[in-house]
Ligand binder design. Structure first.
Ligand code: IMP
Ligand code: MG
Length: 179
């Protein structure tokens, strides 16, 4: 196991099995809809590439990159890079790495809904419901795995931009982030 990883939470095989299951469901859902599949960068890249190849229906790909900022009075999210497709009247599927406090996903959904899609659904690899901020009621339509309240890395997820290339999802040793 890589340095800094305490234990493996989801093996490469478990993830790939679940990706194929979700792919079959999404293939049926979007068979005649030619969806625009929007990935939220950067954490989603690995899940996105695997998921995309399991959605066996005509589709279009796009990405957006959002980041959080801290203002003087409040903290919020901002769009660093928007999608390029015109999604008015289109079926949109958001792919996310993890649904944590809900800030990012809520912001992303509001931003995309303002563009007038015909439908908007969310597929997230991981869901950490214990971390949800009070007042956030948004539900993910498709969830890969519901996980406990632990900081995880790998399969696209990072700590300080490291560990994204691991093929599994692992729990980080606390001493790594307590340093
Ligand atoms: P939010 O708190 O739901 O807005 O999630 C914001 C972002 O924090 C996610 O898209 C991830 O990039 C990151 N994040 C949340 N939890 C974890 C984790 O356990 N490991 C790595 N990144 C995380
Ligand atoms: Mg992210």
């Amino acid at each position: 196991m890589e340095q800094g990883i305490d234990k493996i939470l989801l093996t490469e095989e478990q993830i790939q099995t679940r990706v194929r299951e979700l792919g079959a469901i999404l293939t049926a859902e979007y068979a005649d809809k030619n969806p625009v599949i929007v990935g939220v960068l950067k954490g989603v890249v690995v899940f996105y590439a695997d998921m995309l190849r399991q959605i066996k229906a005509p589709c279009q790909i796009d990405f957006m990159w959002i980041s959080s900022y801290k203002g003087t009075e409040s903290s919020g999210m901002t769009v660093r890079q928007d999608i390029t497709a015109d999604i008015r009247g289109r079926h949109v599927l958001i792919l996310e790495d993890i649904y944590d406090t809900g800030n990012s996903l809520t912001f992303t959904v509001e931003h995309l809904l303002a563009k007038g899609p015909a439908s908007l659904k969310i597929c997230t690899l991981l869901d950490k419901p214990e971390r949800r901020k009070p007042g956030i009621t948004l539900q993910a339509d498709y969830v890969g795995f519901t996980i406990p309240n632990e900081f995880v890395v790998g399969y696209g997820l990072d700590y300080n931009e490291q560990y994204r290339n691991l093929p599994y999802v692992g729990i980080l040793k606390p001493e790594v982030y307590q340093k």
